[in-house]
Design a protein around this ligand. Structure first.
Ligand SMILES: *[C@@H]1O[C@H](CO)[C@@H](O)[C@H](O)[C@H]1NC(C)=O
Ligand SMILES: *[C@@H]1O[C@H](CO)[C@@H](O)[C@H](O)[C@H]1NC(C)=O
Ligand SMILES: *[C@@H]1O[C@H](CO)[C@@H](O)[C@H](O)[C@H]1NC(C)=O
Ligand SMILES: *[C@@H]1O[C@H](CO)[C@@H](O)[C@H](O)[C@H]1NC(C)=O
Ligand SMILES: *[C@@H]1O[C@H](CO)[C@@H](O)[C@H](O)[C@H]1NC(C)=O
Ligand SMILES: *[C@@H]1O[C@H](CO)[C@@H](O)[C@H](O)[C@H]1NC(C)=O
Ligand SMILES: [Zn+2]
Length: 515
């Protein structure tokens, strides 16, 4: 097998032939050539660096190699550790601090209720007047804002208690607020003990989404939360985001309920307001999403709704997706008839399917990745299993359907432990179309996009990932976004300007002689 190139990908064999080594078995003299080919194929490997970029790369790689060496020596290499234990180490890393300044382009895979660090929810939202809490039988919490305390309880939850009164009788409010923060994230000191299976971690994940959504569904919180989330990404040097949003009902204090259209308009208004306040931000789009556990008739209604929203709000609605644990929900093919409605009715509804977020091979859910492509998905959410599907991988590459890789999410949700072994290491080595995103940073105790960039740069890309890799990833995120062509052009211009400033900043920060 080793001598046959029949199984190599088309691109690989073309590049090899280009270097004239494809017909004969290579000799040790070909080593340099072969290594160059690998380097060229690697994500960003074909970008010709400028003189300034070469200088910055030298600095960056020196720091990187130093950190890798020291981390390995100490047996504490963050990408090989669970993120909850690695986070403090990452924050001390110089590479991480450079990555925070890096203009990262766009974050394309995010979810509505886990965008913003939960501190804001606990320290600001739960301190708003009229905030009530109830304690669930399973040890969790739910919130609601009422003018007057209702008698009616939620199923499996205690009576509603006004938080202001509840806090007043506590001995230690900080301790209580910390417990609320824990309720809204998966963070724990011993994740291996707290979460013994993917099923267990997903149940807690779903619970924290319910707790968060019970706070965020209050109109006042809803708008401020999104504004603050945009600010968090902006400060993390992200210039545009796309969020998967369920568009759940939003309520007012007097009980008025707002429908999905209200939420879409609210996202649009907040985005415009934010761009007014921060003109060097390119905006946000919404991918309308629905849980994959629902049935066919529900999906039919939802698809029709999605088509309607996309036509009515083309500026903000990018398309459609399904959410929830893939292994526990219906496979895409189960919804084939519903998902073909747009095509049959001649309506363009872009899809952005989560697919292949599974460790299983050969289950019906494992076919999602191929089915997503057959249904013309614009991008693949995660695509974690793609290496097990050569045809899907080939289609994705040939037709430029990128994967949205979310390293920390995959680790915390227990698909993988050591991120050096993430399947995207293979994809990066092959220069496969991909972008890096953070999925649910708030739920994982992360913030913005930099932590996932760190894992991708240090862990997934290993020592081969360089400055051009980062450049390519940022450029990919703009290229593969749902922005209009005009917006993409504008984004690239803005990004290039920030990139140049970033290079200067790194050069100024690190006098090369000091390293
Ligand atoms: C959140 O609350 C803190 C403390 O009360 C305050 O300083 C801060 O401005 C608030 N932030 C927002 C965004 O409202
Ligand atoms: C309250 O709890 C926090 C967090 O556990 C702790 O740091 C603090 O010392 C406690 N304060 C008092 C007065 O006990
Ligand atoms: C959630 O909050 C409740 C109330 O403070 C607390 O009893 C419980 O331990 C918290 N859950 C977690 C996972 O910390
Ligand atoms: C409820 O409150 C909202 C927002 O303050 C207001 O627009 C609406 O008119 C109120 N509805 C009723 C029935 O009072
Ligand atoms: C589908 O789900 C909806 C909403 O959960 C439910 O009302 C309806 O009865 C279900 N239909 C079928 C055919 O099971
Ligand atoms: C997918 O796109 C191809 C090429 O544009 C088209 O022929 C096909 O009908 C599309 N399929 C669906 C399901 O939209
Ligand atoms: Zn996701």
């Amino acid at each position: 097998m080793a001598r046959s190139n029949a199984r190599s990908t088309p691109v690989l064999s073309i590049s090899l032939c280009f270097f004239a080594v494809c017909h004969m078995y290579p000799t040790p003299d070909d080593r340099d050539k072969l290594m160059k080919v690998e380097q060229f194929i690697f994500t960003g490997g074909n970008l010709l660096p400028t003189t300034k970029e070469i200088k910055v790369n030298d600095i960056l790689m020196k720091i990187k190699v130093k950190e890798v060496t020291e981390g390995t020596k100490a047996g504490k290499f963050p990408p090989a550790m669970h993120f909850f234990r690695a986070k403090d180490l990452i924050e001390q890393s110089t590479v991480f601090n450079i990555l925070r300044k890096l203009p990262k382009g766009a974050a394309l895979h995010l979810h509505d209720y886990a965008l913003l660090n939960v501190d804001w929810l606990v320290k600001n939202a739960t301190y708003l007047p009229n905030c009530y809490i109830c304690f669930t039988d399973a040890g969790g919490v739910r919130f609601h804002f009422f003018l007057n305390r209702p008698e009616k309880r939620l199923v499996m939850c205690s009576e509603w208690v006004l938080l202001e009164n509840y806090r007043r009788q506590l001995k230690n409010v900080t301790e209580f607020d910390n417990s609320l923060i824990r309720n809204l994230t998966l963070v724990t000191e011993k994740p291996e003990e707290a979460y013994r299976s993917q099923g267990m971690v997903w149940r807690r994940f779903e619970d924290l989404f319910q707790a968060a959504s019970s706070l965020i569904s209050y109109a006042l919180v809803f708008k401020t939360y999104f504004y603050e989330a945009l600010r968090e990404f902006y400060h993390d040097n992200v210039l545009y985001i796309e969020i998967r949003a369920l568009l759940l009902l939003v309520y007012e204090l007097n009980g008025t309920l707002h429908d999905k259209e209200w939420s879409i308009r609210a996202y649009q208004e907040v985005t415009r307001q934010f761009q007014h306040d921060y003109p060097d931000f390119m905006g946000a789009k919404v991918i309308f999403s629905t849980p994959r556990k629902y049935n066919n008739s529900f999906m039919k209604t939802t698809i029709n709704e999605a088509m309607m929203f996309q036509q009515k709000f083309p500026e903000i609605i990018a398309g459609f997706d399904m959410v929830g644990q893939e292994d526990a929900g219906h496979p895409l093919w189960y919804f084939k008839n519903e998902l073909l409605i747009p095509k049959e009715t001649g309506v363009n509804l872009p899809f952005f399917f989560h697919a292949g977020e599974t460790d299983w091979e050969g289950t019906s859910v494992d076919e999602n990745i191929l089915d997503a492509l057959l249904l013309n998905t614009s991008r693949i959410g995660h695509g974690y299993s793609i290496n097990k599907h050569p045809m899907a991988k080939w289609i994705s590459r040939k037709f430029n359907v990128p994967l949205e890789v979310c390293p920390i999410s995959n680790q915390v949700l227990m698909l993988i432990t050591d991120l050096r072994n993430h399947p995207a290491a293979n994809l990066m080595a092959e220069g496969h179309p991909l972008v890096i995103s953070s999925d649910d940073p708030a739920a994982f105790g992360a913030r913005g996009l930099s932590y996932d960039f760190y894992e991708a740069f240090m862990g997934i890309g290993g020592l081969k990932a360089e400055l051009t890799t980062l450049k390519q990833l940022a450029l990919n995120s703009i290229k593969y976004s749902a922005m209009s062509v005009e917006m993409k052009v504008e984004s690239i211009e803005l990004w290039l300007k920030k990139w140049d400033e970033f290079l200067d900043e790194v050069l100024n920060m690190f006098n090369r002689n000091e390293l």
